[in-house]
Design a binder for this molecule. Structure first.
Ligand code: SF4
Length: 298
């Protein structure tokens, strides 16, 4: 895995499986936008399929690894991050991407999200946020707005939704952005940046679910906070980032969609870098030991 040798120019078709069926997502699903943006980002990053691992959780979003031709693992509900962490620590040369839905990542796997961000593991985490559990047919999710009616909350959710960006910042992620499936150019740029970032890069990716969340916003029109003159803040300043994130999360449920980069810390070491700098982990990929018949395990 991860030879590091690139003989040919990489294009997005390199990540399209030759024998897989077409995606089974519903027409109009925002998940198509994530797949397109991810395929568009990989040539920009310059990593080939054999240098890339995509780990997904369970849900409509979990199918992403079936439609993306790289090393892949369709893992278990809420657990894509521990699998991704282990793979990255065993082979730091591998480009590791984890993905899942808002229920998978912010609910069932919320604990893993918090600690992967806290430890700043070097990977990209894409959360398909459609404010609903889609695959299981429309239950309320952690990002469903207060008052949202579903089969599980027929009288409307009594709970305020989680705040993914603020949660990520307070936990310790070193790159935090929000984009939307309706904005493919920005989505591609943000995924590219996130993959190139050394540390835990979290993307809250707004994806509409026209089948089970018909009342939900389609996330248009949106405002790119880096393009708008109404927003002027320093993405490297934690306090300013916290303020703009809070405003962004409030406005989403008031009908205004803010997207863009909200926080970037290029100086903090990733978990793997820390472990290697103290000698607790070897410089060479641990994975090599498993293939070394002469290696003597202690
Ligand atoms: Fe997409 Fe919703 Fe259909 Fe799932 S149920 S594929 S999230 S539109």
């Amino acid at each position: 895995i991860g030879s590091g040798e690139q003989d040919e120019e990489i294009d997005r078709d390199a990540f399209t499986p030759g024998i897989e069926p077409q995606p089974t997502w519903c027409p109009g699903c925002g998940d198509f936008g994530v797949l397109k943006a991810l395929k568009g980002a990989m040539p920009e990053v310059g990593r080939s399929p054999d240098e890339t691992l995509l780990v997904t959780g369970i849900g409509c979003s979990g199918k992403l690894s079936s439609y993306f031709d790289s090393y892949g693992m369709h893992s278990i509900h809420g657990r894509s991050l521990p699998v991704a962490r282990a793979a990255k620590l065993a082979n730091p040369d591998l480009e590791v991407i984890a993905a899942g839905g808002d229920g998978d990542g912010y609910g069932i796997g919320g604990n893993h999200f918090m600690h992967t961000a806290r430890e700043n593991h070097d990977m990209t985490y894409i959360v398909f946020n459609n404010e609903i559990f889609g695959l299981t047919k429309g239950q309320t999710s952690p990002t469903s707005p207060k008052g949202h009616k579903s089969k599980t909350q027929p009288h409307g959710s009594a709970k305020d939704p989680v705040r993914p960006l603020s949660m990520s910042l307070s936990a310790g992620a070193s790159y935090i952005a929000r984009t939307a499936a309706v904005n493919p150019r920005q989505a591609t740029e943000i995924i590219t940046e996130a993959i190139e970032h050394d540390g835990f890069a979290h993307i809250d990716f707004l994806t509409q679910c026209p089948t089970w969340n018909k009342d939900a916003k389609q996330y248009v029109p949106y405002t790119d906070v880096q393009q708008s003159e109404d927003y002027d803040f320093d993405v490297t300043d934690r306090r300013e980032a916290a303020e703009i994130m809070h405003e962004t999360e409030d406005k989403l449920h008031e009908g205004e969609v803010l997207t863009g980069r909200f926080y970037v810390d290029e100086n903090r070491h990733s978990y793997g870098q820390e472990k290697r700098s103290t000698g607790e982990m070897p410089e060479e990929p641990l994975a090599e030991r498993y293939f070394d018949e002469d290696y003597e395990w202690e």
